[in-house]
Design a protein around this ligand. Sequence first.
Ligand code: F6R
Ligand code: ZN
Length: 185
Amino acid sequence: MKIIDPKVYHKMPEGILEGDEVKHYKKYLKDVKNLYKYEDEELNDSGTIMYEVHSYGKGDEDKKGNLFWGLTVMNPVYIKDECNMTRGHFHEDLNCAEFYFGLQGEGLLLLMNKDGEMWAEKISKGSLHHIDGELAHRIINTGNEVLKVGACWPTVSGHDYKSIEDKEFPYRVFNNNGEIQLVAR
Ligand code: F6R
Ligand code: ZN
């Protein structure tokens, strides 16, 4: 019998997911500028990182039952008071639920059903959020510090971004001098 070191550490206090097999991508403002109400050439500024996603999964991604473990890191960036948001998606397989959990910072989890009805849950350190497989989900950083949200979801979930592009979440989220406002589109 042997005892081996874990392959990955989720350093909860530091909010870091690291290991050789951890995948990682960054979304720059220029990649996601279409999400925001304010449109201007200046948003093409390539240097601004809006959010980063780290994920780790084991085994065949097409095999039902396998899981991803992830971490989304969202910077406190505002586009004319509109809060930083993820693209938001439905899972392609609507049977696939997901857990989110707050690790650092303050935010909102926007949830939307197929009829376009939306509601939100507050995210903060220690908050746990079950996302039904049939719900679209988007993370919003409403605070002035980095928001870190952990996640676990089936590898077979897939991501349907098109449905959100076609029918957006009905409310935008703004922070006006510390007051969080949900504004209908
Ligand atoms: C996975 C999941 C998260 C998001 C991440 C970025 O199913 O929900 O890992 O992928 O928070 O959000 P999107 O993908 O909407 O840009
Ligand atoms: Zn998801």
